[in-house]
Design a protein around this ligand. Structure first.
Ligand code: TRP
Ligand code: SF4
Length: 400
């Protein structure tokens, strides 16, 4: 239950481009082989800012899933689902809202930032203020241990940790906790009980983090512990009450350095993107018409790669040898700009070829995609309902 589990979500607000591929998707593809992974379409999050353009969301949801599959996210290794198909997220969001101080939400930096940045939209809504809390519900409902996110999202993970702590603090204090925890220690059996007690002392009295980690893995290995006892022991170990929700860690994904067609970072808002599965002719054309060093007006003018938006693309895609060829050719006017761009065009097309191929089967048979998502939603719901059972019980809502 507390073993490593990775969760991440993406908002469906338009087509994905190579910046998403280099910044996020490549990472997901790698992580799916290293961890249990859950990846979901955050359609409710998209509605917080795009509530007046539901058409965009609906279309983007399926396009985005095809993009994920095209990039190599593999449903045999990762669970793919849609947030709104797991309504338990909404229930947890509501329940957590009962204990969430307004000030905490107002102080999350993205709240004011985004309101200012998207000033053409009215974002003084209840839903938008609750954005980070909905994200907390997404994470906590799966007891995710790691959340791969970009720098801008780190405050949301911090916020989530505080919510989990507050929840455990308020609802983890059952009557007779100490006695119950001690009884649970005994159930580990003589040797392990003794080891657990030693590790706990080492951590609590000497702050020994290694002892904490060892004790956690000891607990992870105990298949026969009941769920309640597991929560008690994790809480008891760290010196609190029952640990009903576990605190996630942010897993910082290296910021995408993917340059766009104009030298700025690739982003839809700069209109400088190449989409993930863009057709070959369009990719070639976009790169062929990219601006270059403005000093190279004629073919015979020398240029400087450092002043050219094509150069950052060579840094992403080209070999050492090609880069030397560019530097020399550019500075001596030995090569023309069209010539210089060709290796980049070739590399982008080659990168996209397997993506286009993988996507084709899903475009030919959309039912495949629906089935992958239906399976994923079912798996996710099962995990989510386990957490909800504990949450409802802790909050006095498990009537029987
Ligand atoms: N807020 C995230 C973003 O804009 C998307 C998101 C929603 C998310 N829920 C999440 C990311 C849960 C990680 C975990 O990128
Ligand atoms: Fe840019 Fe290459 Fe032309 Fe030099 S030769 S200006 S690096 S496109």
């Amino acid at each position: 239950m507390f073993a490593d589990r990775v969760l991440s979500g993406m908002r469906p607000t338009g087509s994905l481009h190579l910046g998403h591929y280099h910044g996020v998707l490549k990472n997901w593809v790698q992580m799916q082989h290293e961890y249990e992974c859950l990846f979901f379409v955050a359609d409710w999050h998209a509605l917080t800012t795009h509530y007046d353009t539901p058409q965009i969301i609906e279309q983007s949801v399926w396009d985005m899933v095809v993009d994920w599959l095209a990039a190599g996210v593999d449903p045999a290794h990762a669970t793919l689902f849609i947030q709104s198909r797991v309504p338990e997220h909404a229930e947890l969001h509501l329940l957590l809202s009962m204990i969430t101080p307004l000030g905490w939400l107002e102080r999350v930096p993205t709240y004011k930032d985004q309101q200012e940045k998207l000033s053409e939209k009215d974002l003084s809504t209840y839903g938008f203020l609750g954005y980070p809390l909905l994200q907390s519900a997404d994470i906590l409902i799966y007891r995710a241990t790691q959340v791969p996110v970009g720098e801008d999202q780190v405050p949301h993970i911090e916020f989530t940790r505080e919510i989990a702590r507050r929840f455990n603090h308020i609802y983890g204090r059952e009557p007779g906790f100490e006695e119950r925890a001690e009884a649970a220690v005994k159930k580990l059996g003589g040797k392990k009980a003794k080891l657990f007690a030693e590790l706990r002392t080492r951590y609590q009295e000497h702050g020994d983090d290694e002892a904490l980690e060892s004790a956690k893995s000891l607990l992870d290995e105990q298949q026969s512990l009941s769920h309640g006892d597991r929560e008690r022991l994790f809480g008891y170990l760290e010196g609190g009450g029952k640990m009903i929700l576990s605190e996630p860690r942010a897993m910082l994904t290296a910021a995408s350095k993917m340059p766009g067609l104009d030298g700025q970072k690739m982003s839809k808002s700069y209109d400088n993107t190449i989409t993930l599965r863009e057709d070959e002719a369009s990719v070639s054309k976009k790169i062929r018409t990219m601006p270059t060093d403005p000093a190279r007006i004629r073919r015979t003018d020398v240029g400087d790669p450092d002043k050219c938006p094509v150069w950052p693309l060579h840094l992403v895609y080209s070999s050492e040898q090609t880069k030397q060829w560019v530097i020399q050719g550019c500075k001596s006017a030995g090569i023309g700009c069209i010539e210089c761009k060709q290796p980049v065009i070739d590399a982008v097309l080659e990168e996209q070829r397997p993506m286009r191929e993988r996507a084709q089967q899903y475009l030919d048979d959309p039912a495949l995609v629906r089935n992958i998502i239906a399976d994923g939603c079912e798996k996710a719901r099962k995990l989510a309902s386990e957490t909800m059972r504990d949450v409802r019980e802790a909050m006095g809502l498990s009537y029987s």
